[in-house]
Design a protein around this ligand. Structure first.
Ligand code: FES
Length: 242
């Protein structure tokens, strides 16, 4: 066996000398090019001369016992992981608790034409203070001209049409979930300084979906308008979402 094999580490020396195909598979996993230490099911394998956590530290050549240690360690790690899962899962909030999750935000610092992104239930939440021009542009579009004619507003019925009035509670404030309805990317807001798309709202760079200033899909593969979450104003500039 040449020096190159020795420098690769103790396990490779063993695996390379073994005809058992499983052992050789271990050598492939353990000696990829990703770095000096490797993991299989949470068990650390010895890969350098000084790292002998699982390899035999005293024997000049790895023995069958080395492999047994590795195999047993990996199996034990998987076994503990499976046994622990039900206990960990019990500690997660129930779907009912998640469904109630809500946040309250103060939007007083947002200037007309600006958007601020909050995080709600793990998703970006766009709060946009629309200018009078943006509101007027959105109101001029009849729902019949829209790819998605439904308001998608959790505060209204499922059949409410996608008029601009049905997309907001106060015309100046647009609150939508910032998840593209195509495949879930986060669209980029359009501003006069940095226009995105042709409709003044948002452009999703993933596949080119364009939304208008009411968050309604106007062009591209996204099938639905950006979702309006359940929300309410708790003060002139305070909004509770969820
Ligand atoms: S995810 Fe937005 S266009 Fe595809």
């Amino acid at each position: 066996m040449g020096p190159a094999h020795k420098s690769a580490g103790r396990l490779k020396i063993y695996a390379a000398s073994c005809r058992n195909p499983l052992h050789n598979r271990l050598s492939i996993l353990a000696f990829s090019s990703y770095g000096p230490r490797y993991f299989i099911a949470g068990a650390r394998l010895a890969t350098t001369d000084e790292d002998t956590t699982l390899a035999n530290a005293t024997s000049p050549e790895p023995t069958r016992r080395d492999f047994l240690y590795i195999a047993t360690g990996a199996a034990a790690t998987v076994g503990v992981g499976l046994a622990a899962w039900p206990f960990v899962d019990q500690m997660n909030p129930t779907s009912a608790v998640l469904a109630m999750a809500s946040i309250e935000v103060d939007v007083s610092a947002i200037r007309p034409g600006q958007q601020v992104i909050f995080k709600w239930r793990g998703h970006p939440l766009f709060v946009r203070r629309r200018t009078a021009k943006e509101v007027a542009e959105a109101r001029a579009v009849p729902p019949s001209d829209l790819p998605d004619g439904l308001a998608r507003n959790a505060n209204l019925t499922d059949t409410a049409p996608a008029t601009d009035a049905n997309r907001t509670i106060k015309p100046e404030w647009l609150v939508v979930v910032g998840v593209c309805t195509h495949l879930g990317c986060t669209p980029t807001v359009s501003t006069p300084q940095s226009p995105q798309g042709s409709y003044g709202g948002w452009l999703c760079h993933c596949h080119g979906s364009e939304y208008d200033t009411a968050g309604r899909i106007r062009k591209g593969p996204a099938p639905q308008n950006l979702a309006v979450p359940p929300y309410a104003f708790t003060g002139p500039t305070k909004i509770k979402i969820g």
